[in-house]
Design a binder for this molecule. Structure first.
Ligand code: GLN
Length: 490
């Protein structure tokens, strides 16, 4: 029996459990051991629920011994700390929610529990999911497993690093403007953001409600399909979740790529893109073309406006969503304050970090009377133009291919003094978020020892198509020759 159980994919581990090669308790123990031995140097976890994980694993083994079980049954998964977990501290990476124990599970967590998955713990993140490097966590930084001096991306940096460092088989994250895809690209794993409305947001702590979506971080595309199948679906508790069929995203099809048209937009290969990243992504497109697909040039004319529109819309929604943290109902409070105003002001001054405060101020300004039309309304109009660009492109092509992030992982601290440089890490992921489209980042190679991600974008609710093409890409790409990971020298 292989002892490197922590390195398995979800599907390989599911096969191993089904064959009886090992038990869920053995698998879970291997991952908990891995976390204990390396996480002090990675910082991926905020909470490790070792005892609960082992008892869930034992229960999974008992279920398996007596009958048919779900394919996810007994598989250890990590959860971004933005998702409410009943009885387990959920901080959202913020001091504001330190010690907050949700009384209920997010719908996606309920689905995972029903499927029998084992929860290893809660992963580190940028505070309230605002950030692109995980350095805005109120608790600790996360280090990129490939190079410990570099960021893992954000805001789901803990989830991406945990998958990339083999501290969990897969993880859930959330993506508002790129927070699953960008860290997946920087850490060399697969990051899937479903269509807005595909997965319930109930119990996902709100950042920008018209954009937030739960996504997956996995070691390969099949695992993304497996996990999406478990978490997708209509939920009456989230009025924006859409009642549309959930497919068997895992179904393999050998249709190949012959009728496939891939759209490539020059707007994604210009300013800001590191040439070395651009050439890896071009090679990835070449791989699909060699396998029979046709490349078509498309124009996504308003791409450049996505960043300014997002940084009006997302902070506006955040300023409203974060009004609930006032010391009364959740987390941080101050019972010694002399009156309510002093308490609210004091708690918000102390509980929020500077990036969160910046977003609240930006949003409150954009929404204030006299500025609403000039900023918020205008940004919404730009959002429609961006969506119209995608709609027009999808009249001509089946899927759009772009880089996921403009550069590989950057050095810790290098963008902390310059918020706009940090925001620019998301120029390739924001447009599809504004349009609500499903997208995936798949590793496509390495540049100077660091992973590069390839983003595919599909029309709304076409996750089946997206995953099929991504899986075919992965197959034609084959195993990549990976450079040494610094985590392996720990
Ligand atoms: N990095 C982007 C931001 O800071 C996106 C974050 C996200 O997707 N949650 O807003």
């Amino acid at each position: 029996m292989g002892r490197d159980l922590h390195c398995l994919t979800l599907h390989a581990a599911a096969d191993g459990l089904a064959r009886g090669d090992f038990t869920s308790v053995e698998l879970t123990t291997a991952l908990l051991d891995r976390i204990s031995s390396i996480d002090a140097n990675i910082g991926a976890f905020l909470t490790v629920t070792a005892d609960a994980a082992l008892s869930q694993a034992a229960a999974a083994d008992a279920r398996r011994a007596t009958g048919e079980v779900n394919r996810l049954d007994g598989l250890p998964i990590a959860i971004k700390d933005v998702l409410s977990t009943a009885g387990v501290e959920t901080t959202c990476g913020s001091r504001m929610l330190q010690g907050f124990i949700p009384p209920y599970d997010a719908t996606v967590i309920r689905h995972l529990r029903t499927a029998g998955a084992v929860m290893l713990g809660k992963t580190n993140m940028d505070e309230f999911a605002m950030g692109s490097s995980n350095e805005y966590s109120a608790y600790k930084v996360v280090r990129n497993p490939w190079d410990l001096g570099r960021v893992p991306g954000g805001s789901s940096g803990g989830s991406a690093a945990a998958v990339a460092a083999d501290e969990c088989l897969a993880a859930l994250g959330s993506d508002t403007g790129g927070s699953v895809r960008q860290p997946a690209a920087l850490c060399g794993c697969v990051g899937l953001k479903p269509t807005y409305g595909r997965v319930s947001r109930y119990g996902l702590i709100a950042f920008a409600s018209s954009l937030d979506q739960v996504g997956t971080l996995t070691k390969d595309v099949s695992d993304a399909a497996m996990l999406l199948g478990a978490i997708a679906g209509h939920d009456s508790r989230d009025s924006t979740s859409v009642d549309t069929p959930v497919f068997n995203y895992l179904a393999d099809s050998d249709d190949g790529l012959h009728d496939l048209k891939i759209g490539v937009a020059p707007q994604y290969f210009g300013k800001g893109l590191a040439p070395s990243v651009g050439s890896k992504v071009r090679e990835a497109i070449g791989t699909l073309v060699d396998a029979g697909a046709t490349e078509r040039e498309i124009s996504l004319t308003h791409t450049e406006l996505a960043l300014p529109a997002y940084y009006v819309i997302a902070p506006s929604e955040a300023s409203a969503n974060l009004a609930r943290y006032n010391g009364v109902k959740y987390g941080l409070s101050d019972l010694n304050a002399s009156d309510v105003d002093e308490m609210m002001a004091g708690v918000r001054a102390e509980g929020f970090g500077s990036e969160v405060k910046r977003r609240i101020m930006l949003g409150a300004f954009a929404l204030s009377s006299g500025y609403y039309d000039a900023f918020y309304l205008r940004a919404q109009k730009v959002r429609t133009l961006i969506k119209d660009d995608f709609d027009a492109a999808f009249e001509q092509v089946d899927v759009i291919a772009t880089p996921t992030a403009p550069t590989p992982a950057f050095e810790l601290g290098s963008k902390l003094g310059d918020p706009v440089a940090m925001y620019q890490s998301d120029i390739m992921t924001l447009p599809a978020s504004l349009a609500g489209l499903p997208c995936i980042s798949v590793p496509c190679g390495f540049v100077e020892g660091l992973p590069v991600g390839f983003q595919l974008i599909a029309p709304a609710f076409e996750e089946e198509r997206l995953l099929r093409i991504a899986r075919l890409f992965e197959r034609f790409r084959g195993d990549m020759e990976a450079p040494a990971r610094e985590v392996d020298s720990l």
